[in-house]
Write a protein that binds this ligand. Sequence first.
Ligand code: GLU
Length: 392
Amino acid sequence: MSSLDQPKTETPPRNKTRIVIKVGSSLVANVKNLTPSFAFMHGLLNDISTLRDQGYEVVLTSSGSVALGLNSVGCTIENASIQDKQAAAACGQPILMHAYRQIALEYGFDIAQVLVTLDDLENRRRFLNVKNTVHRLIKQGVMPIVNENDTVTTEEIRVGDNDRLGAKIAQMIGAEYLFILTCIDGVYDRDPSEEGAVFVESIEDVSSYMEAASGTSSLGTGGMLTKLQAANMAQNAGCTTFISKGTMEYPVTAILSGERKHTKCIAHSSPSSAWNIWLTDRLQMAGSLVIKQDIADSLFGGDEGFSCHDVVSIHGSFERADVLHVYDEKGEEIARGLCNFSSDETTIISSRPDETVKNILGYTASHRLINSENLVVLAEHHLPWDEPVTDD
Ligand code: GLU
């Protein structure tokens, strides 16, 4: 099987006892002193140890490396440049992990650090490497603590927020629940400081709220957009997300038991396959194509992919096996898929329609640009890819 062929029928491995918990910097770092919030961490790990005793397998996604490293590089949140933050992350990540480990050992379990970059999630081979490692740790009973490797990522190639990182991890391990713990008790139908803002207890279709959050009338706080995007990614993968305030006492179990106020974003009952989710729920766009309208229309009928000759225009510089966004001539994004050629190769092949690929590139291949098994036609799910601004 070539690296581009993936089993189309792969179903998402659901695990009813597997959960991902995401905690933001404002919970794990004391904002004034930029030191670890040991009290919160104790409460969290105490609760996680209860969950583990109940048979749950927990993966934690924790922010805090930048905040906890600022003192070491002599900066404040306000004056730190990107380079300062990268250096701060290098100083703060060991502080964060040391604190977690000391506390976790008190509760009788060990933790492991898993640092990832956007490429580790969006490149198929690297994604599988991370997934295997996380699974190995879970099997061992060691709790993985995931964060973005901020020290080596630059603005253009980073996930940027741990909400969507947490959702990616939830998709990766087939989690049943994603808990996003933050400084607000959940989602409101508009900015919660506005008079008459109504709390939203349960959301069936997160994508409708995301449009409101990204439009001019802002929904909740600015940081709510990434939380909703994360909830949408989780929902597509059959994972239910709880958004709630990260309190010191029982931050997770009180939500699970319904004792603490929260917004529940309910998982879709018929989630896409793990392969389709990986193909479509992307944070970065490698490139895009516009294809002929009649070919675009035929994709909805389940026709077989499309060839280089069906392309009207090519955008961006991409490599073979990058995932492309496919638009019709009306400007609608209709599909996403793994391409068989680089952008340069696609340009040459499509400009010489009467020649074989062998004649042009020197090796035998069909003109097919995206094979049907590597193409997902976007029907109803809103699938974000652009990087939002986060304040968390
Ligand atoms: N990775 C960042 C950190 O550890 C945080 C990103 C976020 O807050 O979402 O500081």
